[in-house]
Design a protein around this ligand. Structure first.
Ligand SMILES: C[C@H](O)[C@H](O)C1=Nc2c(nc(N)[nH]c2=O)NC1
Ligand SMILES: [Fe+3]
Length: 292
């Protein structure tokens, strides 16, 4: 078994022929033994750290979708299992797609997943979403009917937000829920955000470190809150249930955008009077990071 040779392209799908909707052929047979082995090691490590920390919804869905350490999933076969549960399919793309393309796929219950797997050199951390982040992090939540409705509604909301040029506000909702969301469950706070679920260190940090704030979900507050893209989050927002999240998003966003537009943006570590503070963070991690 040969590990990635150093001159292996970082993303061998980068030049793949793509359709108008940016989808490509996953060409599952072209994955190397080294790539399948990397999936298996990522999967085993992450499953171990997510047990007891991930939302029960996500863990149940992993079993229902037969996600396992048996090599990189074939998105067609995985989609057939997912579609039978919530009507969603996973479509292969080479890399990040333009926002309007992303929203159109979500609005049609298609989740664009990167077909490439991170190179060995980026085993622990990579910036853009690869197949492990997209399938281990995002797909299980799409097997939950309520969350599946929320993601479709988000796709439709995205197209409108672009017309109203308030996409940055909606992208913050995606960031603080779909990517970095926490939920209150019987056993305490649990994780449903894909960006956390696919990161071994942030899975522990998000629930157990004293540094970050943990604040009750508030739609307009979230739309005003800037976020960090290259480190742990300084603030996590907590929903009471996926039903409550969906309910909150059935509001007319037009009026919410109006409110948000006239108020100033909030820093990622800021807390305000109206916050439902669950844990007030020490922010120590960030203070030490940014030097004495
Ligand atoms: C829209 C969303 O907020 C974000 O900007 C995007 N995410 C993604 C994207 N494209 C892919 N493939 N995966 C994403 O997660 N394009 C845009
Ligand atoms: Fe993601």
């Amino acid at each position: 078994m040969t590990l990635d040779t150093k001159d292996a392209p970082k993303n061998r799908y980068a030049g793949a022929p793509r359709a108008a909707d940016f989808t490509i052929d996953q060409d599952w047979a072209s994955y190397s033994a080294a790539e399948h082995d990397r999936w298996d090691r990522l999967f085993r490590r992450q499953l171990e750290v997510t047990i007891g920390r991930a939302s029960q919804t996500a863990l149940n869905a992993m079993a229902a979708l037969q996600l396992s350490a048996s090599g990189i999933p074939d998105m067609e076969q995985l989609s057939d299992r997912l579609e039978a549960i919530t009507g969603w399919r996973v479509v292969p793309v080479a890399e990040l797609v333009p926002d309007e393309v992303f929203f159109d796929h979500l609005a049609n219950r298609r989740f664009p997943a990167g077909a490439f797997i991170r190179p060995e050199a980026e085993f622990d951390y990579l910036q853009e979403p690869d197949i492990f982040h997209d399938i281990f992090g995002h797909v299980p939540m799409l097997a939950n009917p309520v969350f599946a409705d929320f993601m479709e509604a988000y796709g439709k909301g995205g197209q409108r937000a672009m017309q109203l040029s308030q996409l940055h506000n909606l992208a913050r909702l995606y960031w603080y829920t779909v990517e970095f969301g926490l939920i209150r469950e019987a056993g305490g706070l649990r994780i449903y955000g894909a960006g956390i679920l696919s990161s071994p260190n942030e899975t522990v940090f998000a629930l157990e470190d004293d540094s970050p704030n943990r604040i009750g979900f508030d739609l307009a507050r979230i739309m005003r809150t800037k976020y960090i893209i290259d480190d742990f989050q300084q603030t996590y927002f907590v929903i009471d249930s996926f039903e409550a999240l969906l309910e909150a998003c059935y509001k007319d966003f037009g009026s919410v955008y109006g409110d948000v537009k006239i108020k100033h943006d909030l820093e990622p570590d800021e807390t305000i009077q109206t916050d439902a503070i669950i844990t007030r963070g020490t922010l120590d991690y960030f203070r030490t990071k940014s030097g004495p």
